[in-house]
Design a protein around this ligand. Structure first.
Ligand code: THU
Length: 159
């Protein structure tokens, strides 16, 4: 038997002004798009902004449904739009923000398991780590890749 420790590196910033300029803009876009989320059931308005390697920024927000599982998270709305329209562009960075009653949440928002799996697919597909920025009032977390969100993940490499 051997024990292996898997470490993740989380860089935390106190506020948006501490981020590099490109990241600041991406977070601002994620915040902006929260206001257009369709979230009448949870009242939790999530925004996602994706930077592609062609320089384009794609935004998305959560789209809920009265049949709850038919809704979709902001991250996958943005990611699937990006992949559908720019299938040859690598996903470089994803910023996620969330608001309740129009106010940015305190704790940085964490993507759900299904979104983590979808992001893992994009990393493998484009052979490029996706930097992830998780926005919140108290701190903004920056991760260097999906491995930090979903270690030991299943991918086509396992097939
Ligand atoms: N949600 C997202 O869009 N992204 C996340 O990272 C967490 C959760 C959505 C799903 C649902 O519409 C609402 O937030 C409450 O779970």
């Amino acid at each position: 038997m051997k024990t292996t420790e898997i470490k993740i590196v989380v860089r935390e910033f106190e506020n948006i002004g501490e981020l590099p300029e490109n990241d600041q803009y991406l977070v601002e876009e994620a915040r902006r798009i929260t206001a257009m989320a369709y979230a009448p059931y949870s009242g939790f308005h999530v925004g996602a902004a994706i930077l592609l390697d062609n320089g384009q920024i794609i935004t998305g927000n959560n789209q809920e449904n009265s049949a709850y599982p038919s809704g979709l998270c902001a991250e996958r709305v943005a990611l699937f739009y990006a992949n559908a329209n720019y299938p040859d562009s690598k996903v470089k960075t994803l910023a996620v923000s969330a608001a309740k009653n129009g106010i940015l949440v305190n704790e940085s928002v964490k993507p759900c398991g299904a979104c983590r799996q979808a992001l893992a697919e994009a990393e493998v597909r484009f052979d490029c780590p996706i930097r992830i920025i998780l926005d919140g009032q108290d701190s903004i977390m920056v991760l260097q890749g999906v491995e930090s969100l979903l270690p030991l993940s299943f991918s086509k490499k396992s097939l």
